[in-house]
Design a protein around this ligand. Structure first.
Ligand code: DC
Length: 227
């Protein structure tokens, strides 16, 4: 049986950086489910789909195929066969992803793909509803968060390094809006699973968080084999 780790939490808590490093240390496959939702959003943007029109959304979704593969251990996402890994991190795609991922039809399209991966392999999967909906039986669940202020400062630094112009206030407002949308939507809202371990990374370094998660995973793996 495969060992599954679910990491959920809001945008900017450091999930993907931490999940990638922890997966590497544990020799697990890292599955970035946000990238899958982003790929669908890119497909919807390209087709200029009105996502509020249920029939148009349904039709467009049937024309979108999302697949993933790994290159040197790094997840690549494909939209109808095209590698779009480098095209899904723009603000426009982030905004569309936040809106389209609230649609049940969009979520249904990815549920199966995510569960199948976790059944076959030892995975560390990050997202918003992994511990609550996708892998309710995951052997370890982490809810990784950080204060809005910390997350805004981190994202601001990233954007400035990328040469994009923005203000800290804009980013903070954006994060609050996205948090609200992600946690108040009807379908699979972001929330901590009852049996998840809460990790607040506001005052922790990346290394400290990775060390904590790896230690928890090793502890649980040992308990699993002792049974
Ligand atoms: O983790 P991320 O920033 O790449 O996620 C992008 C968006 O996708 C974000 O608005 C939340 C949504 N998402 C989701 O609804 N469910 C997931 N399992 C992963 C991401």
């Amino acid at each position: 049986m495969s060992f599954n780790i679910a990491i959920d939490g809001p945008a900017g808590a450091g999930k993907s950086t931490i999940a990638k490093l922890a997966a590497k240390e544990l020799s697990f496959i890292y599955v970035d489910t946000g990238a899958m939702y982003r790929t669908i959003a890119l497909g919807l943007l390209r087709a200029e789909t009105d996502i509020e029109d249920a029939a148009a959304l349904e039709k467009q979704l049937s024309d979108i195929e999302v697949t993933i593969s790994y290159e040197n251990g790094v997840q690549q996402v494909f939209l109808n066969g095209e590698n779009v890994t480098g095209l899904i991190r723009t603000e426009q795609v982030s905004d569309m992803t936040s809106r389209s991922s609230a649609k049940p039809q969009v979520r249904a399209k990815l549920t199966e793909l995510q569960r199948t991966l976790a059944k076959k392999e030892d995975v560390l999967m990050d997202g918003r509803d992994i511990g609550t909906m996708i892998l309710p039986d995951a052997q370890l669940k982490i809810f990784l968060t950080a204060s809005v202020k910390t997350r805004a400062e981190r994202r601001y630094k990233e954007q400035i390094e990328k040469g994009e112009s923005c203000t800290l206030e804009e980013i903070e407002r954006d994060i609050k809006e996205r948090d609200y949308r992600d946690s108040h939507r009807e379908t699979a809202p972001l929330r901590q699973a009852e049996d998840a371990v809460l990790v607040d990374s506001s005052d922790m370094t990346i290394d400290e968080v990775v060390t904590e998660i790896v230690a928890l995973a090793r502890e649980r793996m040992q308990t699993a084999t002792c049974r």
